[in-house]
Design a protein around this ligand. Structure first.
Ligand code: SF4
Length: 410
């Protein structure tokens, strides 16, 4: 795995979509052009407000336009937002790595050229499936043919990484149908793939249909089979996993931005519902983050989730923060374990001991022995030190694994 940069990342949330997908539980909405224009003005106004309170002097080396569907905004608006960020925040020189999420139906050669001029290096495409039936069930607005063309057009435009998002675990989905999706994706040779397991959330259209008994989630055993198929097929094809849902054709295609969420690198989020994380902020544990990644205390906060309250507070010259939490050593150690066990790099045991004063394996000897025997974990020693690494079986239940550990910090 590439050595993580410790420079912070910047996330910009665009909450608009042309239609709301029946499975989506993100903070998104449909809106006309005037609302979208007002949103961009507010996002630009939020930048200096956030900059004034951001404690980390290091330049942001990633900028991520996520959502929602940021490709719905005209490139000129994205450029205005980036200009405001350059004016008020320290961005890496010569340029940060810019990510843009786009839906296949928005991808044209002209749009790609404009995004490239903005400095976009990773284009992330919400394809979800190459199967007509699955696309209809997910109520996507593109066809399989459009998705293929979008990937090809993005490749031709010269993005460093084209990423394809897929969803598996649809009701009644067979392993043959999912395998066809995976084969279709690798045939297009994207640099990066994300494969998310469908979750039916109660307050979505699919949730309502499930509550009425009109659809049923795929049984756990079938879900587990598809998860296993995904990891084994993609590893054999040359896209090994580096995180539970993320696969890359080589370390250079791994997401420099998302990795920050998994290793306590600071990030600043702007826009409704965006989350931020910085180190420090506790009087008893003055924060520090150095090149070794040592973090003694953390501070997480999040913006107003809904558009109007977020806009009102920004218009009043206030930071639109809706809530915050302070993270001491136990909370950070718990997250380090939980997030580490979701990655194929696992948990750095020596770093964990140095940071939190606990030998994780010694403190959980019987548990680790039994998880190693079950083939869910292994303890590896190498040039990068001792690491606790999940296997594919372990990744499938990563959150449960982490919850089973005791963390008796001194
Ligand atoms: S396009 Fe993505 S963000 Fe928008 S509604 Fe669909 S799933 Fe949600």
């Amino acid at each position: 795995m590439t050595v993580p940069s410790r420079q912070p990342g910047l996330y910009l949330h665009v909450p608009f979509c042309s239609a709301i997908c029946p499975y989506c539980d993100f903070a998104v909405m449909r809106a006309g052009e005037s609302i979208r224009r007002r949103f961009v003005d507010c996002l630009i106004a939020e930048v200096p407000l956030a900059a004034g309170a951001w404690p980390d002097p290091r330049p942001f080396d990633t900028v991520y336009f996520g959502g929602g569907t940021p490709s719905l905004l005209p490139p000129e608006d994205l450029a205005r937002v980036l200009d405001a960020c350059r004016t008020h925040l320290a961005l890496a020189s010569p340029a940060p790595w810019v990510f843009l999420e786009a839906n296949p139906e928005d991808v044209t050669a002209d749009a790609c050229a404009a995004w490239r001029r903005l400095g976009v290096r990773t284009l992330s495409l919400g394809v979800q499936s190459f199967e007509g039936e699955a696309l209809r069930f997910l109520a996507r607005r593109h066809t399989a043919a459009q998705a293929r063309v979008a990937v090809e057009v993005a490749h031709a435009a010269g993005f460093d990484t084209v990423s394809v998002d897929l969803i598996f675990g649809l009701p009644d989905q067979t392993s043959e149908a999912w395998l066809r999706d995976l084969q279709a994706a690798v045939a297009l040779a994207p640099g990066h793939l994300s494969c998310y397991q469908l979750t039916i959330h109660a307050r979505t259209q699919l949730g309502v249909r499930a509550a009425r008994g009109l659809i049923a989630e795929l049984p756990d055993r079938d879900q587990a089979e598809l998860f296993d198929l995904t990891h084994r097929f993609l590893a054999d094809a040359g896209w090994p996993a580096y995180e539970v849902s993320n696969f890359a054709r080589g370390p250079d295609h791994e997401s420099r931005h998302n990795r920050k969420y998994w290793d306590h690198t600071p990030y600043l989020g702007l826009g409704p519902s965006a989350h931020s994380f910085a180190v420090g902020g506790m009087a008893a544990h003055p924060g520090r983050a150095d090149d070794s990644g040592a973090v003694a205390a953390g501070h997480r906060w999040w913006n107003e989730p809904r558009l109007r309250p977020w806009e009102h507070r920004v218009a009043a010259g206030e930071r639109p923060v809706a809530g915050e939490e302070r993270l001491g050593p136990l909370a950070l150690a718990t997250e380090t374990l939980m997030l580490g066990l979701r990655t194929t790099a696992g948990v750095d045991l020596d770093g964990f001991a140095a940071r939190y004063g606990l030998d994780l394996v010694a403190a959980n000897d019987a548990l680790v022995t039994s998880l190693v025997r079950e083939g869910r974990l292994c303890v590896r020693s190498g040039p990068e030190g001792r690491r606790l690494v999940p296997t594919v079986l372990g990744l499938a239940v990563a959150d449960g694994l982490a919850a089973a550990f005791d963390l008796p910090l001194p």
